[in-house]
Write a protein that binds this ligand. Structure first.
Ligand SMILES: [Zn+2]
Length: 286
C-alpha cells in the first residue's frame, strides 16, 4: 500500500487545488477575487469544463505586508477607489480581450456613451489585437493585467517584471501610447513589486465593488452585487473575458441596467485615470 501513497497525495493535492496549473479564485480578501485563467474558446475542444475547484484560503505572504497594509503605505501608488467626495464611478473590465464577450460589452458601452477601463491579458491581446484597437478607438482606457494571469505574489521579481513589461509592450504597440495602469491578477501583489511599479511610472489598480460576475451569475445577481457597494469614487470590477467554460451573460445582460441606474443616481462614469486624477498617457498619443 505504500506505493499508493503518492497517488493518493496527488489526488488530494489536485482536489485542494495544488499541483494544478490553474490558480485559485479564492483569496483572503473579499475584494480581491478575480477569475482563474483563462482558456480561449478555441482551446476548449467543444467540451464544457466546469468551474475549477476553489482552493482553501492559504496565504503565502506571511512575511509580506497585507494588501490593506500596502494600500495604507502606498496610497498614491496602489488604489481601490477614488475621491469619496466626488460623484464619479469607474467601470473596469478584466481578462479582456475575449471575442465571446468583449465585443458585446463594447457595444453596450458605445450605445450608452460610457467610457470604461479594460485590463488586458497580454497573450489574449496578441490573439485578438483588433479588439484592443477598438477599445482605444472608442475612447476607453486600457491597462495591463499580466501576460498570462499568474498570481504576482507567487512570482519572483524578475518573472513579475517580465509579465508587466511584456504586456505593456504589446499594449503600447496597439494603443500608440504607453499605458501606466496595472491590475494584478487576483488583486495580489508584493511590496517589492509595488515599489518597482512606482519606480517605473505605473499605478496598481484594484477595486472597491466586486460584481463576482465570473461565477456565471445571473444578471440580477450581478446587478445586486455591484449596486450594493457603489458610492462616490468606487471602482467596479467586472469581466470582459472568461476562463474555460465560463459565461459572462450575466455581466452583459446586467450592464445596461447598471449604467442606467448609476446615471439616474447622478454618477458620472469615468475612466480610471480620470477617477484617480492620474497622468493619462493616452493624451500623449501619436
Ligand atoms: Zn483577471
Amino acid at each position: 500500500m505504500i506505493s499508493m501513497k503518492p497517488a493518493i497525495l496527488a489526488v488530494l493535492l489536485t482536489l485542494s487545488g495544488f499541483g494544478t496549473p490553474l490558480p485559485s479564485r479564492n483569496r483572503a480578501e473579499p475584494v480581491a477575487v478575480d477569475p482563474g485563467m483563462l482558456v480561449e474558446a478555441s482551446e476548449q475542444s467543444g467540451i464544457e469544463v466546469p468551474q475549477k475547484p476553489h482552493r482553501p484560503v492559504q496565504r503565502v505572504r506571511s512575511e509580506e505586508l497585507s494588501l490593506a497594509e500596502l494600500r495604507a503605505k502606498y496610497p498614491r501608488l496602489f488604489y481601490l477607489r477614488g475621491n469619496p467626495g466626488k460623484r464619479q464611478i469607474a467601470l473596469t473590465f478584466d481578462d479582456a480581450p475575449d471575442p465571446r464577450f468583449t465585443p458585446q460589452i463594447l457595444d453596450i458601452l458605445k450605445a450608452q456613451d460610457v467610457k470604461a477601463t479594460f485590463f488586458i491579458v497580454g497573450y489574449r491581446a496578441e490573439r485578438h489585437p483588433e479588439l484592443v484597437r477598438r477599445m482605444i478607438r472608442e475612447g476607453h482606457a486600457v491597462g495591463g493585467h499580466s501576460y498570462d494571469h499568474p498570481d504576482f505574489s507567487r512570482l519572483s521579481d524578475s518573472r513579475f517584471r517580465d509579465q508587466v513589461l511584456r504586456t505593456n509592450a504589446i499594449l503600447t504597440k496597439l494603443a500608440g501610447y504607453t499605458p501606466n495602469l496595472v491590475r494584478p491578477p487576483y488583486g495580489e501583489i508584493k511590496e517589492s513589486q509595488l515599489i518597482w511599479l512606482g519606480q517605473h511610472g505605473f499605478y496598481a489598480i484594484n477595486w472597491s465593488s466586486d460584481s463576482l460576475d465570473w461565477r456565471n451569475l445571473k444578471a440580477g445577481q450581478v446587478y445586486a452585487n455591484v449596486m450594493k457597494s457603489v458610492g462616490p469614487g468606487v471602482i467596479v470590477l467586472q469581466h470582459a473575458g472568461g476562463g474555460r467554460g465560463e459565461r459572462l451573460q450575466g455581466t452583459i445582460q446586467a450592464l445596461p441596467q447598471i449604467i442606467r441606474e448609476l446615471k439616474a443616481r447622478s454618477y458620472r462614469l469615468v475612466t480610471v485615470p480620470e477617477l484617480l486624477n492620474l497622468p493619462d498617457p493616452s493624451r500623449n498619443r501619436d
